[in-house]
Design a binder for this molecule. Structure first.
Ligand code: 9L3
Ligand code: MG
Length: 131
């Protein structure tokens, strides 16, 4: 939709595990787990933003695979869209806005303290992991 501002999140799957990142900033979100990512910049497409954000936040190269159906409101005029992604290279580490990253086995996905906005996509990713 024209004018809709988009935040992309990366559901990075690797060796049967899902990467989750715990926010350290801003204070209102600190301690909440999320799919790493961020705002799509003007003129940038979603996949380019996803690759850029994963490089900036985690120091890794990812390959977007497909976008999950849905767009979830962030309450700030933005919506969250989540992409499945492969890890191409690098070892994820928290370089920006995160205190910790964690690889989750399928059984651990549902129990994490995800940000509310990410929850619906978490359920979709969990279903993909169970396929
Ligand atoms: N946000 C929520 N879930 C996510 C991501 C990547 C982002 N998986 C929210 C947090 C911020 C806003 O979107 O309010 C912008 O994200 P960022 O650019 O601070 O990562
Ligand atoms: Mg971010």
């Amino acid at each position: 939709m024209t004018g809709t501002r988009i935040v992309v999140g990366a559901a990075i799957l690797h060796r049967g595990r899902l990467l989750a990142a715990c926010r350290s900033a801003p204070a209102a979100l600190a301690g909440g787990w999320e799919f790493p990512g961020g705002k799509v910049e003007p003129g940038e497409d979603e996949t380019a933003a996803l690759v850029r954000e994963c490089r900036e936040e985690l120091g890794v190269t990812v390959r977007p695979v497909r976008r999950l159906p849905g767009a979830w409101p962030l309450g700030t005029g933005y919506v969250l869209r989540v992409w499945l992604a492969d890890l191409v290279s690098g070892e994820p580490r928290p370089l920006q806005d995160h205190s910790e990253v964690r690889w989750l086995a399928p059984a651990a996905v549902a129990d994490l303290g995800w940000l509310a906005a990410d929850r619906p996509a978490v359920d979709l990713v969990a279903a993909v992991m169970g396929e």
